[in-house]
Design a protein. Structure first.
Length: 380
């Protein structure tokens, strides 16, 4: 199981309730308590961030904030806070199995002569299907394997070997907190649901999580993420109005994560833009806003497995402009075309990091080549 570095939290929390309201105020409400830090103000230095927030959401509507002028010296308290490294602890995330959620390739006994056609129908691709079939026949002949059980085991081992990579873990181990994850993909692929499930999973592992609803052009996306934030116990930053600047939401999400001493910030992004240039421009603006405060740890591309070969064209388009670091494959339980997962990893040279096999909050886990291959060759 992967181990990650997160903040070591003290069991004793300091009480600073008199400062709480300023951290969750609507952006226009700043006159009554101007002395306290307000999240939408990019030029104010951040406090040491010991304040627990009583409400899970913050509204963002400002344009992408500009950095402070170089001539302005930071206040001593902020400088001191920035020099203090958080205490870290290595933790494991809760284990969740996907074995029973993967559809088998076979509806009856294994027949090597039919394997190539089965793999093609399962979206492995023609070339890959031929390679795997020929390799299986060769190994089976050398080992004298001919029974249904023997051939299934050989195919499983062959798939595990081809699917395994050493970069399939999330990048949550360098200790540069908060870790920031951007989630990209077309609308309907399961972006928002994936974020909610991931947030819940992290919270189950005692991580502090902030979500950012930067898909500001679709009100339903904001509402859906708000629902998942409530389910997972994560804090939420959302736009004050539809069509607000996504970069402002992203900026304030990271800002809140820093102030709240959260371990991770997960930011939803728009999945429907007119062309690649629009997508590149928006994602670039979001990246710049985030990187003014923190490093981006992951850019996860969410792909719907039921789209089959159409998923490949979507993935290529996003990979060209979004600096994707890993793939999340959703709805694997709803299709017998799981081979697209193999094809994506091979074609794009990007690891499959997470997979989803249902609508429930726990139907989600790290990608395991062993479990995936077992599901594909299982006798059902």
């Amino acid at each position: 199981m992967f181990k990650f570095l997160k903040r070591l939290r003290s069991s004793k929390q300091e009480s600073t309730s008199q400062a709480e309201p300023e951290l969750v105020a609507e952006p226009p409400v700043v006159a009554e308590q101007a002395a306290s830090p307000v999240i939408e103000s990019p030029v104010k230095p951040l406090e040491p961030a010991k304040v627990p927030l009583p409400e899970p959401e913050v509204h963002a509507e400002a344009a992408e904030p500009e950095p402070e002028p170089e001539a302005k010296a930071p206040e001593p308290a902020s400088a001191a806070a920035s020099e203090v490294e958080p205490e870290l602890v290595a933790v494991e995330l809760p284990k969740r199995s996907l074995g029973t959620g993967i559809r088998s390739l076979f509806s009856e006994n294994f027949d090597v002569d039919d394997l190539e056609d089965i793999l093609i129908l399962a979206d492995f691709g023609v070339e890959t299907a031929e390679e795997i079939t020929n390799q299986l026949k060769s190994v089976a002949q050398k080992q004298g394997a001919s029974s249904d059980a023997e051939l299934r085991l050989l195919l499983k081992d062959l798939l595990v070997e081809r699917l395994s990579r050493n970069d399939s873990s999330l990048n949550l181990d360098d200790g540069k907190l908060p870790y920031v994850i951007l989630v990209v993909g077309v609308n309907g692929a399961g972006k928002t649901t994936t974020i909610g499930k991931l947030a819940r999973w992290l919270k189950d592992g005692d991580w502090e999580v902030v979500l950012g609803a930067a898909d500001t052009f679709r009100a339903a996306a904001v509402e859906q993420l708000a629902t998942w934030a409530e389910r997972s116990g994560a804090r939420l930053v959302k736009p004050a109005k539809e069509g607000a600047d996504p970069a402002a939401v992203a900026y304030q999400t990271v800002e809140l994560a820093i102030q709240a001493e959260a371990d991770i910030a997960i930011i939803d992004t728009a999945g429907r833009l007119q062309n690649k240039k629009d997508l590149m421009d928006e994602l670039g603006k979001i990246r710049r806003a985030v990187e003014k405060q923190a490093k981006i740890s992951e850019v996860l591309l969410v792909i719907d497995a039921t789209n089959g070969q159409n998923a490949m064209s979507q993935a290529k388009a996003f990979a060209e402009v979004a600096e994707v670091t890993g793939i999340v494959m959703t709805k694997l339980d709803g299709t017998a075309k799981g081979g697209i997962l193999y094809a994506l990893q091979k074609e794009l040279d990007l690891p499959i990091k997470l997979v989803g096999v249902g609508e429930q909050v726990n139907d989600f886990a790290f990608f395991s080549p062993e479990e995936f291959a077992k599901g594909l060759v299982a006798r059902k």
